[in-house]
Ligand binder design. Structure first.
Ligand SMILES: C[S@@+](CC[C@H](N)C(=O)[O-])C[C@H]1O[C@@H](n2cnc3c(N)ncnc32)[C@H](O)[C@@H]1O
Ligand SMILES: [Zn+2]
Length: 335
């Protein structure tokens, strides 16, 4: 971890104003690879290992499968490594943040996974703090090292973020909210990080009628989150192998492609990707569908309502997306 991250950190158990101190541990210049962080107020301490400060999540790590997933597919969705701009396009479309606006900003990426968005943000010149509860954060750290000290990683929970309030220009959180035990609490846990006028971009699974009709998937999900990750991966391979060629054909047929969501795999057929890459994304997305313990899609109208109540302005939402701007007044955030 770099010194600039320590300057932003605060005790997750006291209040967001109590700074953390680096105790034992050797700084190499501005970097601390192994050591301890502690809070002088409550006396708690946390380790820094492999350059990542590690905070034991309040709820325990309920997402070990995500660690398995993102260590296995650590490079698959990284634009810089797969030669596409799929992640960058999605980020810019979903958030409506300008490339020029992003450059030089301080951005929090909540539930960063393998770091596909953190990597793009740093590539566009932002300083990024990436946080993830699982060991996915190690994949994120390794992948984003190429940006020097622009990306700093923390292993910790969105429910106890060890960072100061009113410090960030933007908060980004994609694909996480529905996988947490209390999505509304998750939605309201991150706004306190923003400076006045700071921008927020959320991406989540939308609750739709077609989701309710995905009966095979729902049936399988009754037991897949309880399987070991290698066993689940084997099951996903068994389903993807025969269904991928079918879904590839169906994906090219207008109107009929709607039916893809009723297959028990999460087909991914972006034309920018080679056939092999489409297969790997499909396997990853299928695993991602069946693995998480929590799967609680949200209505974007409700997410927008919560943000409005949390004193955001310019709140916009659409299918699976919400963005907003924090009002220009300082206040205490309880979330
Ligand atoms: C589907 S992945 C999305 C990763 C990344 N944002 C992306 O779009 O590729 C969801 C991630 O959220 C993380 N996660 C779930 N609950 C979390 C929490 N309470 N705090 C921090 N991370 C969490 C998981 O470990 C996982 O890496
Ligand atoms: Zn403390």
């Amino acid at each position: 971890m770099h010194k600039w991250l320590l300057d932003l950190m605060a005790c997750p158990d006291c209040s967001s104003d109590v700074p953390l101190r680096a105790g034992e541990g050797a700084w190499k210049g501005n970097e601390l690879d192994e050591g301890t962080l502690s809070c002088e107020s409550c006396g708690k301490s946390w380790p820094v290992r492999d350059g990542i400060p590690r905070f034991i999540p309040e709820l325990g790590d309920y997402a070990p499968g995500f660690g398995f997933q993102w260590l296995r597919w650590r490079h698959t969705q990284i634009d810089r490594l797969n030669g596409t701009s799929l992640t960058e396009d999605r980020l810019l479309t979903d958030t409506k943040w300008d490339r020029d606006w992003i450059a030089g900003k301080l951005i929090f990426d909540g539930g960063a996974g393998a770091g596909r968005f953190s990597d793009v943000l740093a590539g566009l010149g932002a300083k990024v703090v990436s946080l993830d509860m699982s060991v996915a954060i190690d994949a994120c750290h390794e992948t984003t090292r190429v940006h020097g000290d622009l990306v700093q990683c923390i292993q910790g929970s969105i429910y106890a973020i060890p960072l100061r309030s009113n410090a960030f220009d933007a908060v980004h959180c994609a694909g996480v909210i529905q996988h947490t035990p209390d999505p509304e609490r998750t939605i309201l846990s991150m706004p306190r990080l923003l400076k006045p006028n700071g921008r927020l971009g959320y991406n989540f699974y939308e609750l739709t009628w077609s989701r309710r009709l995905q009966l095979i998937r729902a049936g399988l999900r009754m037991f897949t989150p309880h399987m070991s990750q290698p066993a689940l991966l084997r099951l996903c391979r068994i389903m993807v192998a025969p269904l991928f060629p079918l879904s590839r054909i169906v994906s090219r047929i207008r109107f009929v492609r709607f039916g893809l969501r009723f297959l028990p795999i999460s087909a991914s057929h972006q034309p920018e990707l080679s056939r092999e890459a489409q297969y790997e994304w499909t396997l990853l997305d299928t695993f991602d569908w069946y693995n998480p313990r929590y799967d609680q899609p949200q209505r974007h109208t409700r997410v927008a309502e919560l943000l409005q109540q949390a004193d955001f302005t310019e709140v916009e939402s659409s299918h699976g997306i919400a963005r907003a701007k924090k009002k220009n007044k300082r206040q205490n955030w309880s979330g």
